[in-house]
Design a protein. Structure first.
Length: 225
């Protein structure tokens, strides 16, 4: 595990070449009417369709932080940002300065990866329910990973499963292939993987094409101007 130091975010974030900025946000404190005001009508409608209590509020907060970050980095009004979605769900900006980004959230923890020049993917996972980690690993991650996990005691097995899962998922999100696709596309090298320490019991990872790169880790909200 790579040690991650989450610093207070800059009031005026600026992206840099060969560098990925990762922001961490607590969705429990990032929602409310101010968050809803940043969303488009379509996004507000989507948030209203979530069935489970709290899911719509977390999605609203996650999307609002994304808009605020992208607006600050691109120098545009967050409310004016428009998004397109790739075949496997990876979002991209439309009619805005070029930058690459990805987001992930689990419960109230959200991570955002931004770069001016590299494709990125990020994933965060917190334990959710009792699952058969070995069976899932065998089906998704392969026989070798399943056998590695089977040899561990249960607390360590869950932790190692989450670490393996976020690395795999971040790589797929980086390449834009999705869970049903391959880890790489068109014979390109596999993404560079950088683990992010969010503290136990969760796990998180960043994937970057054409890495390694410098990684700066920030806490949201940004410092006051």
């Amino acid at each position: 595990m790579t040690e991650t130091a989450w610093q207070p975010g800059p009031a005026q974030p600026r992206l840099a070449a060969a560098t990925v900025d990762v922001w961490r946000a607590d969705l429990a404190s990032a929602g409310g009417e101010d968050a809803r005001a940043l969303l488009s009508p379509e996004e507000r409608e989507r948030a209203a369709r979530f069935a489970r209590p709290g899911d719509g509020e977390r999605w609203t907060a996650a999307r609002a932080v994304l808009r605020a970050l992208l607006g600050a980095c691109a120098g545009v009004d967050p409310c004016e940002l428009r998004f397109a979605v790739g075949p496997h769900g990876k979002p991209a900006l439309v009619d805005a300065p070029p930058l690459r980004f990805n987001l992930s959230h689990s419960a109230d923890v959200a991570l955002y990866a931004l770069s001016p020049d590299r494709e990125v993917g990020v994933d965060v996972e917190l334990p959710r329910r009792a699952v058969d980690h070995v069976a899932i690993a065998r089906r998704i991650l392969g026989e070798a990973e399943a056998e590695r996990l089977r040899a561990l005691d249960e607390p360590r097995r869950e932790r190692e499963f989450l670490r393996a899962w976020v690395r795999w998922e971040a790589a797929l999100k980086c390449t834009g292939t999705g869970i049903g696709g391959a880890g790489t596309a068109s014979g390109r090298p596999a993404p560079w993987i950088h683990e992010l320490d969010i503290g136990p019991p969760g796990a998180a990872a960043l994937a970057v094409m054409d890495g390694p790169v410098a990684v700066r880790c920030w806490r949201w909200p940004a410092a006051a101007r």
